[in-house]
Structure formats: C-alpha cells, structure tokens
Design a protein around this ligand. Structure first.
Ligand code: SF4
Ligand code: SF4
Length: 177
C-alpha cells in the first residue's frame, strides 16, 4: 500500500494522535497511578524469548527454560504459548515500584504492548483500554476529532465481550473534505 494511500495516511495520523494523547494525558499520571498496569495484576504481558531472557535475567538456554516451565519449576507468573510467553499476576521485573517507572523504557526489551497500552491505532481505528485510570474517553474522543479535522466524525463502540476496550472509528462526513 502506498504511503499516499488515504487510508494509510489516516492510520498514520491516528497513530500519531494516539501516541500524542499518551504523552499528554497518560504518562504524566503513571507515577501517581492507583492501579499501575506494570504490576500485571490485570494486564497480561506478551513477550518474546529475548525479552523474557533480559527482563527475568535468565542465564539458561531457551529449551532449558521451556523444560523448566513445563515441569512447573519456572517463574509461576510466566506461561508459554504460540512461540511467545505471557506474564501475569506479579509485577513486571522491570517495574521500579519506588518511583512507578519502567527500567527498560525506550529499550528493545520493552514489549510493544506496553508502548501501545492504553491507547493505540489498530487497522485504521483507535483502541482505548479503559482499565487505565488516566484515559478519559470523552477527552480522547475530542482529541482524535481535533487531530483528523471536521471532515471526519468519531464513533465510539465498546467491545461486547470486553467492554473496557473501546474502539474509536473515524468516518468521513458526507460532503466534507
Ligand atoms: S494504568 Fe495507565 S496511568 Fe496507570 S501506570 Fe499504566 S499507563 Fe500509567
Ligand atoms: S516493561 Fe516496563 S512498561 Fe512494560 S510492564 Fe514492564 S515495567 Fe511496565
């Protein structure tokens, strides 16, 4: 798909708007958050082997680690599946609880899901995860509307199974733009 493709251009604008919202409204709140996502008591972290190895400071090979996990002797918060690893129910080892900061911020070891959470672009829409207390859905909707301009309107819809996941779809307004 060409970079000049209007759908691609819109998706790029939405991704930039979502990232800017995170910088303006979410990240400043993280240090005082009452339910930090990095504790992984709600969120599940999806990781590749290199990230698991780095974050959990593993010295063994991947097969040896997999055998340990399968034998129930691995870190109890990690599950393996689909060639990936999933961590849940214990704070992420990169989380500095004393100041609410990520020790691998801007590093390769930081999973992409952390960067995306709680607001990100996906397939030409913006997804907002309302489990993050810093997300204000009305403010985010207005933010996205400003970013794409009056030629578009923003439509909100909550996921039927996971209603805390809200999709913001932008539709061109007939006769505008
Ligand atoms: S839940 Fe939201 S505000 Fe809290 S630490 Fe995570 S991103 Fe920051
Ligand atoms: S890698 Fe960083 S941002 Fe991601 S869960 Fe761990 S501490 Fe949080």
């Amino acid at each position: 798909m060409s970079a000049n493709n209007p759908r691609r251009r819109l998706a790029t604008e939405l991704a930039a708007a979502a990232a800017a919202y995170q910088v303006a409204a979410v990240i400043p709140h993280c240090a005082e958050c009452s339910k930090p996502c990095c504790r992984l008591d709600v969120l599940v972290l999806e990781l590749e082997w290199k990230q698991i190895k780095t974050l959990w400071q593993l010295g063994e090979s991947r097969p040896a680690f997999d055998r340990r996990l399968a034998a129930g002797q691995g870190p109890e918060e990690i599950r393996a599946g689909n060639g990936l690893y999933y961590a849940h129910s214990k704070p992420c080892p990169a989380y500095d609880q004393s100041c609410g900061a990520c020790r691998v911020y801007d590093q390769e070891a930081k999973p992409v899901g952390c960067t995306d959470f709680p607001v990100y672009e996906d397939d030409g829409c913006v997804i907002a995860d309302l489990r993050c207390e810093a997300v204000n859905l009305d403010a985010l909707t207005a933010w996205i509307a400003r970013a794409v301009g009056p030629a578009y309107r923003v439509i909100k819809s909550a996921d039927a199974e996971f209603p805390f996941l809200v999709t913001l779809t932008v539709k061109r307004v007939a006769g505008k733009g």
